[in-house]
Design a protein around this ligand. Sequence first.
Ligand SMILES: Nc1nc2c(ncn2[C@@H]2O[C@H](COP(=O)(O)OP(=O)(O)O)[C@@H](O)[C@H]2O)c(=O)[nH]1
Ligand SMILES: [Mg+2]
Length: 234
Amino acid sequence: MKYLVVIPTYNEAENIVDLIKAIKNLPLSLDILVVDDNSPDKTGQLAEDLCSLYPNSLFLKKRFGKIGLGSAYQEAFAWAIENSYNFVISMDADFSHNPKDIARLLENSNDFDIVLASRKIAGGKIIGWNIWRYISSNGAMAFSRFILSIKTQDVTAGFKCYNKDFLEFIENRNIKSNGYAFQIEMIYLAEKNGFRIKEIPSVFLDRQKGQSKLSFKDAIEFFINVFKLKFRKI
Ligand SMILES: Nc1nc2c(ncn2[C@@H]2O[C@H](COP(=O)(O)OP(=O)(O)O)[C@@H](O)[C@H]2O)c(=O)[nH]1
Ligand SMILES: [Mg+2]
C-alpha cells in the first residue's frame, strides 16, 4: 500500500521543516507532497532543501502564487492518482493536526472511504481558539450541515484520510470550492454519493507559529459555495 501525506502551504516557514521531520520520524512508511503557493517567506525553498534528506519520499509542487487551498488539494489528488497512491492524508502545515494521529486515521482506512479526525465527537476538541473563531466556526458548521443535510459532525475538518476510490471519483467532478468550503464539498459529495465516512476523535491545537490564512473573503466565499452546492445536481 502506498500512502501520501499532502500539506498545502502558504507562509509556513516556521512550521514546515519540523512538520516534515515529525512525519518522517513516525514508524510508518509515508511519502509527503508539499504544495506551496510561492510563499514570500520561502517555505517552498525550505521544503526543497529537505528533499535531498528524503529522496523519493518527499516531493514539492511549486505553484506561481496564492491560488487557493481547494485547487492545491485538487492538484495533489490528481498527482496521487497518477503516482498510484492508495491513500492520501490531508493535513495543515501548522501542527494543529497532530502527526501522531495519522496512525489512528490509517487504522480505519481499509473499511472507509474517508476517515476524518473529528473535533466534534466525544473525545475530540479544539484548544486555543478565541471565542469569535469558535462561534464563527460552529455557526458555519451548523449552517452548512443544516442547508446541505449533512450527517458528519466535523464538516470543516482538514485532517482526513481519503482512499483511491474517492479520489478517482472527485477527479471527474466539477469542484466548486477553492477556499475553506472545499472540505465541506468533499464531505457533501461523499455522503450524497454513498461513500463511507468514519469520524475518529482528535484534538485540534490552534497554531503556535505563523498566521492563520482564513480571511473575510474566505468566509463570504464559504457561504456562497454552500448555496451553490445546495442548488447543484449531485
Ligand atoms: N497552497 C496553499 N496553501 C494554503 C492556502 N491557504 C491556506 N493554505 C494552507 O492551508 C492550511 C490551512 O490554513 P490555516 O491558515 O492553518 O487555516 P486555519 O487553520 O483555518 O486558520 C495551512 O497549511 C496553510 O498554509 C493557499 O491559498 N494555497
Ligand atoms: Mg491551521
